[in-house]
Design a protein around this ligand. Structure first.
Ligand code: ADP
Ligand code: MG
Length: 458
C-alpha cells in the first residue's frame, strides 16, 4: 500500500479485515471484535477496549502483531494507544471469550451462580494464558453446549493450576444459561463416600438414580478413585448410562489418565474417550495478568514493582501466587501501611527462599524423621506396624501433609504404596495426640525446622 493513500481509520479497518482472515475465528472473535477505532493523530492510532484486563491481554498478545500489520499496510511506524471505555450497548455481543462473555462484574447480581458451587469460580475470573487456553476454551464451549461440544472431557494438571476453578466455572455458567439443567459437582472422594454409604444403608438405587439424573456430571480429582475398584465399577456404569443419553461429563485429574495406577482398563478407556486437555504452570506474563486480576477483584492497590517481584519469585502455580498476595495484604492491613517493595521483600523472603514447598521431598521428611527416632528410612516405608515404627511413620505423614502440596494419595504412594485413607487417619491421630501430649508439637516443630534447613542431599 502506498503511504498516503490510506487514512488511519481505513488502515485500521483493513488491519482488522486481514486479521479476520489470518487468525482463527475463535481468536478473532475473542480479541478483535470489541476493539473500537477512536481517533488518530500523527503516527498514533487510538483504540478503545472494554476493560483494563482486556487491554493488558491485547497489548501482551497482539500489540506487536498489530503494529507490524499497520507497518506493512502504511509503510511507516505507527504507535497504538489503547483506552478503556465501557462498551455502549452495541449490536455486537461481547467477544466470544471466556473472560468477556461473563463479564458480569457491573451487574453481578444478574448472574445466577449454581447454589452448590463457589461463586468465585467463573470464567470471568479465570485468566487465560498460553498455559491454559485450550482447556479454558473447551470448558467454556462445554458450559454453553453441554453433551455436544466435548464429551467426556478430562482436564488434568498439577496442584493449584485451576482445575477446580474451571470445573466449577462450567457448572456456574451452564446454570446461568439454563436454570433447569441438573448439574452435579462432586469430588471423587465424595463420590466414593456416597457410594460406600449407599451400600451400608442399602440405598444403592437412590445413589444410582441421583448420579444418572445429571445433565452435567462434574467429578473433581479422579485420581482418588485409584484402588477403589467397586466405586470404579459403579462409575463405569454411571458413565455408560450418561454417555448413551448424551449427558455431559467432565473430570479432573492430577496427571494424565495413562499415568494413573490402580485403575481398571475399561474405566481408563472411558476417561480417555473424548477430549483430554492439560493445564501447565503459567509463564511470567500470565502470572502478572493473574495477580493483577486478583488485585483488581480485591479492590486494593499494589505497586507494579511489587507485583513483578512476586511473579518473578513465585513460579510454581496460581495457588502459591495467591498465598503470597494474601500474606502481603494481611501484613499491610495489620500494620496499616501501604505495601512497598521493601515491605514485600521483607515479608515474603521466607516465601521466596522456600517458594516451592512441594520441592521439599517426602523422602527428606522421611529420612529426617527416621533419624530423629533412631530408625531407618526403610522402616518408615516398610510394612511393620509395631508402635515404635508406626508412631514415627504417622509423624512423617503428618509433616508431609503440612509441609508439601502433595495429596494424601501421593503421600501414601511414597510411604510404600499405602492408601490415602491411611494417610488421613495418621494425620488425624497426630492432631489428636497433640491435644493431649504437650511435648508433641515442639517435637514436630523441631523436625519441620530441621527438614527446612536440610542441606545435605542423600
Ligand atoms: P487445582 O484444582 O488445579 O488444584 P484450583 O482450581 O483450586 O487448582 O486453583 C487454585 C487457585 O488459583 C484458585 O483460587 C483459583 O481461583 C486460582 N486460579 C488458578 N488458575 C487461575 C487462572 N488462570 N486465573 C485466575 N485464577 C486462577
Ligand atoms: Mg482442585
Amino acid at each position: 500500500m502506498k503511504e498516503g493513500t490510506w487514512d488511519y481509520e481505513e488502515c485500521w479497518n483493513e488491519t482488522i479485515r486481514q486479521f479476520q482472515q489470518e487468525l482463527t475465528e475463535q481468536e478473532y472473535q475473542m480479541w478483535f471484535k470489541n476493539i473500537n477505532y477512536d481517533k488518530s493523530e500523527k503516527s498514533q492510532i487510538h483504540l478503545s477496549v472494554p476493560s483494563s484486563f482486556y487491554k493488558d491481554q491485547i497489548i501482551r498478545r497482539y500489540s506487536k502483531k498489530i503494529e507490524n500489520k499497520i507497518f506493512e499496510l502504511l509503510g511507516n511506524k505507527i504507535t497504538i494507544n489503547f483506552t478503556i471505555k465501557k462498551m455502549f450497548q452495541s449490536t455486537t455481543p461481547p467477544p466470544d471469550s471466556s473472560i468477556q462473555e461473563n463479564k458480569k462484574k457491573p451487574n453481578k447480581n444478574k448472574y445466577s451462580f449454581h447454589p452448590q458451587l463457589n461463586k468465585e469460580y467463573t470464567f470471568e475470573s479465570f485468566v487465560i494464558g498460553d498455559n491454559n487456553s485450550f482447556a479454558a476454551n473447551a470448558a467454556l464451549a462445554i458450559s454453553r453446549n453441554p453433551g455436544n461440544a466435548y464429551n467426556p472431557c478430562l482436564i488434568y494438571g498439577g496442584v493449584g493450576l485451576g482445575k477446580t476453578h474451571l470445573l466449577q466455572s462450567i457448572g456456574n455458567n451452564a446454570y446461568n444459561i439454563n436454570k433447569k439443567i441438573t448439574i452435579i459437582y462432586v469430588t471423587a472422594e465424595t463420590f466414593i463416600n456416597d457410594f460406600i454409604l449407599s451400600i451400608k444403608d442399602k440405598t444403592q438405587h437412590i445413589f444410582k438414580s441421583k448420579y444418572r439424573s445429571a445433565d452435567i456430571l462434574l467429578i473433581d480429582d479422579i485420581h482418588f478413585l485409584q484402588k477403589k475398584t467397586e466405586t470404579q465399577e459403579e462409575l463405569f456404569h454411571t458413565f455408560n448410562a450418561l454417555y448413551d443419553s448424551n449427558k455431559q461429563m467432565v473430570f479432573t485429574c492430577d496427571r494424565p489418565v495413562s499415568e494413573l495406577r490402580e485403575l481398571t482398563d475399561r474405566l481408563r478407556s472411558r476417561f480417555e474417550r473424548g477430549l483430554n486437555v492439560d493445564l501447565q504452570p503459567p509463564n511470567y506474563e500470565t502470572r502478572i495478568a493473574i495477580l493483577k486480576k486478583k488485585i483488581e477483584e480485591k479492590n486494593i492497590k499494589i505497586p507494579d514493582n511489587v507485583i513483578e517481584l512476586i511473579c518473578r519469585n513465585v513460579t510454581t502455580n496460581v495457588r502459591d501466587l495467591e498465598k503470597a498476595l494474601t500474606k502481603l495484604i494481611a501484613y499491610a492491613d495489620l500494620v496499616n501501611k501501604n505495601i512497598t517493595l521493601q515491605i514485600a521483600q521483607r515479608q515474603l523472603s521466607d516465601f521466596f527462599s522456600n517458594p516451592m514447598q512441594k520441592n521439599i521431598s517426602i523422602s527428606v521428611i522421611m529420612r529426617v524423621t527416621a533419624d530423629y527416632f533412631g530408625l531407618s528410612f526403610n522402616d518408615l516405608k516398610g510394612k511393620k506396624r509395631t508402635k515404635a515404627i508406626a508412631f514415627p511413620r504417622h509423624v512423617a505423614m503428618y509433616i508431609s501433609k503440612e509441609l508439601t502440596e502433595y495429596s494424601t494419595t501421593e503421600i501414601g504412594l511414597e510411604f510404600g504404596g499405602r492408601d490415602h485413607t491411611t494417610v488421613m487417619h495418621s494425620c488425624q491421630k497426630i492432631e489428636n495426640n497433640m491435644k493431649t501430649d504437650p511435648t508433641l508439637e515442639p517435637t514436630i516443630n523441631h523436625l519441620i525446622r530441621t527438614i527446612k534447613e536440610f542441606k545435605i542431599s542423600y
